[in-house]
Design a binder for this molecule. Structure first.
Ligand code: URA
Length: 243
């Protein structure tokens, strides 16, 4: 069951606000009857018409973007900053980012117009691993690695266990490169986890989203996911493994 204005918006006919206006103006019919009630819910078997034309649901599309830094993971920005959707000028569907990466974080970001898919990819219940490579200040001690692995207490609660791999450490320059794999997606989580153990992050990239990487792309470039990749991601979210 979906709200009528959402169904109209998802069909690519109008924004949700404009869809509400169309409903209030009596221009929307459900199964042949005019509906003016904004709370009306419909299912995929209901026939919805706008201005007497039956709506078709928008084709589902899936993209992988190598998000560059200095771009916001949103559909629009009230401060006028460039958004990840601005990097898809040719795409007509109403795509949105699946979860988000910080303004200053680069790496793999999926975009789609499929809300169910996006939910499966981001909800911690579905356990999709994401690997971040962080440049941090200092050199991690054994106890700090263990803390990351067991879970770090943040202001919004303890993080789930993470996998940690120290790629390199430079004692002289007092910095390290560390790969951290998590399946939660709390706001600025990786930066906050390192901050909490006294090793602030100066650079962050999401290297992997499940089995997907930025391989073959430059920052700012994107590609369509293959039908097989989309299927594999769904299977992974449903069963925790592929194949
Ligand atoms: N964790 C962060 O700190 N930033 C991101 O962009 C993603 C995860």
């Amino acid at each position: 069951m979906e709200r009528l204005q959402k169904v109209i918006a998802h069909a690519g006919i109008a924004s949700r606000r404009k869809a509400e206006e169309l409903i209030l103006e009596g221009k929307v019919k459900v199964n042949g009857e005019v509906v003016r009630e904004l709370g009306t819910k419909v299912t995929s078997s209901d026939q919805v018409e706008v201005n007497n034309v039956k709506i078709e649901s928008e084709k589902k599309v899936y993209y992988l973007l190598y998000k560059p830094r200095s771009v916001i993971s949103a559909v629009s920005d009230d401060r006028g900053r460039k958004t990840v959707v601005d990097l898809f000028p040719e795409v007509e569907e109403r795509i949105f980012p699946v979860g988000r990466l910080d303004y200053d974080t680069s790496g793999v970001l999926l975009l789609t117009n499929d809300g169910d898919f996006a939910n499966k990819m981001t909800h911690p219940r579905y356990n999709i691993d994401k690997t971040y490579v962080a440049k941090i200040k200092g050199v991690l001690k054994r106890e700090h690695i263990r803390q990351l692995e067991k879970g770090v207490m943040l202001e919004d609660g303890k993080t789930a266990p993470a996998k940690v791999h120290v790629i390199s450490s430079d004692v002289k320059q007092d910095k390290s490169i560390v790969a951290l794999t998590i399946h939660e997606g709390r706001n600025r989580q990786v930066r906050r986890m390192f901050e909490a153990i006294g090793h602030p992050v100066s650079k962050l990239k999401r290297e992997n989203f499940a089995f997907l990487t930025t391989f073959g792309l430059n920052a700012g470039e994107s590609r369509k996911l293959t039908a097989h990749e989309v299927k594999q991601l769904r299977v992974l979210s449903e069963t925790g493994k592929i194949g």
